[in-house]
Design a protein around this ligand. Sequence first.
Ligand SMILES: C[S@@+](CC[C@H](N)C(=O)[O-])C[C@H]1O[C@@H](n2cnc3c(N)ncnc32)[C@H](O)[C@@H]1O
Length: 445
Amino acid sequence: MNSSANHTFQDDSVAKTEILEFDGNINPDVTIPNNRSILIISKDQSFLSHGIHKFPAKFFPELPRYLIRKYSDEGMTVLDPMCGSGTVPLEAMLANRVGIGLDIDPIARLITKVKTNPLPSNELKRIIPQLRDGIRQKIRKHSYSPAIPSFHYRDKWFRDFVLFELGIILECINETCEDAPNYSPEMRDFLRIVFSSIVRDVSNADPHCTRTVIRKKQIRRIQPGATIELFLESLCQQKEAMLELLDYCQTNDVSRTHLPMATATHIPLAADFIDLAITSPPYINAVDYTRTHQLEMYWLNMLDNSPLSERKRKYIGTETVYKSEYKDLRISGYKSLDPLLHSIHEVDPRRSFIVYKFFEDMSVQLSETVRVLKPGGRYCIVIGNNTIRGHEVHSHEILSEIATSEEIGFQLEKKFFSLLIRHFIKIPRPERMDGEWVLILRKPE
Ligand SMILES: C[S@@+](CC[C@H](N)C(=O)[O-])C[C@H]1O[C@@H](n2cnc3c(N)ncnc32)[C@H](O)[C@@H]1O
């Protein structure tokens, strides 16, 4: 562990003390003092299956790895109720804890399933030549036309030849995986996730923005043939990662993971069942997950014809709200939140309601987590602050007040600040986050 004091903060509430710097893993024997700032120089963002798919605001594996080892023992149960790309379930599994992951987002659920399911090595070794041959055969067929899903503005999102190549890849994935019993059912999920991981890269969407938008100056130059090449390259790379995952699982004690279809506000578990929970909730008003993953979901047939807005409303942190909901000021009764709701309401009633709704949903979420945690169990929440209509939202303080309220009943054991260097998330300048608070909440014995 190295320490350095050469950093400054945008957030005034952060203790201006020496920063604890960790070069990779944090030893679980280390106790991070209350209010201290840490900086993790992450080494493992692509360790085993962690790097299989991009995901906004993904954990550095080192942080949940530390929390899992610090606050649970082997064989215990670790829940992430908003697991995104599955960093916590995978780390729990690798640490021989039973990982449970929930997420409302279909792409998140599929990534997590694939990441935590090692595939047989003989299948992994066979699949690439078989797919490559299948793709070549279809390309050579004169005027072959693969099935291509139809969706809004499809021909604006993708060039013709990209649609053609993606269509062929998807057809070959489906045909190859129908070849049971040569392939286990999980192979299809793995191939679909590798396919999904390249969809954005070959689309006309701005590659520098989490939201899926077309900006004329940011359209990538893609040559015919490049989509298939990129898919096969990614497949070779992810095959190696999956072989490493398999090898790890064969040489270490690991647990299985469970990924029930549920949301963070209705957890399908009995009371007092979980030993530890860890999560990073969405940022208010920052990432529109449905929009971010819409192209991948269209291709993987994960969207029905219902409007995207209906889906979006169910996400915690949603911006999709009805006018009737924000006509009047809504207040919460929490002293760290209500003055903020008032101030934002004066300039923007809609945003005031979005903030209100985020904390209302998080309050339901906290009640659910305290219910399923065993007495004495901890809930580690990693949450960033952001600025809304010029007002700094100290989410960690508001969440702490809600979590420790009489109705919910957590105790705040400690909090520390984890500095971040983000690449994938793009938020307008003043709303940029430079770190996240880690709250360690404890259910009383
Ligand atoms: C910041 S991301 C989590 C990223 C994750 N820690 C990782 O390493 O990939 C927040 C996640 O919360 C999910 N989410 C939002 N509302 C939810 C809900 N009601 N129930 C479950 N998950 C939800 C989003 O889909 C998103 O995947």
